[in-house]
Design a protein. Sequence first.
Length: 576
Amino acid sequence: MSPKASHHDPAVRNTALCYIRRSLVKDEKDLVSPEIQRLNISRVCEAFGFQPEWYEDIEGHRSGMHERGRPGWLALKARLNDADVVALIANDLSRLHRRGWRIGDLLDFADRNHIRLILADPNKQIDFSTPQGRMIAQLSAIFDEWYAIDVSMRRKANIAYRKSQNKTVGLPPFGTKRGPDGYLTPLDDGVWFLVDGSWIAGKEDDESPLEGSVWRGYFQCARRILELYAEGIGRSRICAKLHAEGYAFRDRNGQPAALEVHDIRRVTANWAEYGGIVLEERAITRHFSQAEIDDIVLDPTRAVVDITLLKRVAQVMHERSVRRPDSGRRQTAHIYSLSGLVYCAHCEAASRAPEGGQRTRLIGIKQSAYRHRQGLNCTCKRRQVSCRVVERQVSELIALLTVEPDMLQLMVTLAGKTPASQDTQENLESRKHAALARCNRRLDAARHMYEDGEISRGEYVRRREQNQREISQWMAYSTQSDQVVAELMICVDAVRNLNQMWEMSNPEQRNGLARSLFDSFVFDLDEQRIVDFRLKAWAEKFLVIRVEMNTLHEEFTAIKGEGTAVTPIGLEPITN
């Protein structure tokens, strides 16, 4: 990390970057660890009068041995260079890193940039300004690294021992649980399939929540998947059939979810575990093209599914994994102009509904079309659209956003009159900190409501994306009129260059150009048109000014009596 130049006033250098990380959860104490860390850090900020700025890695296991897999830390690391940052606060040294050399590098960086490194735990505070304190920090980091390596070695030994006893590790295969002896048994949980097509998680012995509800157990769902797969039915057809029969999958958080093609693969790949044995290789990486299925001996005393059925499943997997002599694996993937940017409008609407759902990206097929992902229960009638149709509409949208030279001065004038340019520095800072704190509180509340089962996964994802987007907008917010105008000019140039280069670029270049300005496009497969789009957070001010400019142009045209101008479709302000 290298310091970068900044023009911030040192007098307002009062921001403390506060980092929270939760590692492996072993008991109830680990579950509340983030709350304890936040409480300790808040006390330190209050004592020093710092303005806290929170960064968290608390979803799942976030190892301190590496930086990858820790988006909160990477975001903090990028912010650490800014001149308004006065301190970095963590509960203890191991929350930052469990590598000795990384701690040393962080201490050197903090010294060069005059940043205070503070540990909030009252029992683990270190004075890093003294040689004795730095020595203690280095020794603590070495012991933390040794502890992490030791735990990893013991865990690997434990996994090997359990596998030697044919006991699974990690999450049990779908539809099963571990009994008191550690072996798999059928899971009692499932869902009540309601007449409106939704599910309510529960147990078979529970009272039916609504009249006409049908019980669908998770274990019965897994067995039904294996039966259909053994008959030679494809994964997409299995998904459609089980959707019609009311079955649901159980996600990692124990919540019911719609079956997808990958869920069918997860069940069939664990056929050996359903048969009472555990193979050395993980299910996701197994290949049966060269394996001798008859040499794999299942254990009928430990099996939870009929052995004969599992053997048929294994034989079908073996036959489907063997390629014809004249065929091979494609070495390079084709890059589409809008890869990862186009979403289904029907799934988008379902994700915003109270019962929740998930957004679905359209994927490329045969270099000529974008197709809806297989296995998802979407209400759209048509399942694909030609690449030319989507890319032509994107090109037209870019042309609509392009500002002509004679209209540029009007946009610059409007940019100078935006509320952002009229705010004082003090008002902006107070509003910005209040808004960021409010967004973080909403994120915490949504996470707790999801963990308590009060909201669905789709609703949680929607709230998280909405608040993260608002945070990005506030981080890009500015009070200086000239800076607002400069950002506008950058955006205008980006749109103009995109419009000029779109037609002459290849798909890979188009994808890079589109990603530089757009976050996503929402496409209605039935109507075959783009119904919504999102610009990058830093460019949304451009869209607001662009719409305001169109409104002024309409009023001017109406006054002159030359007719009524129409705002182009897609230029309406987008609400989160």
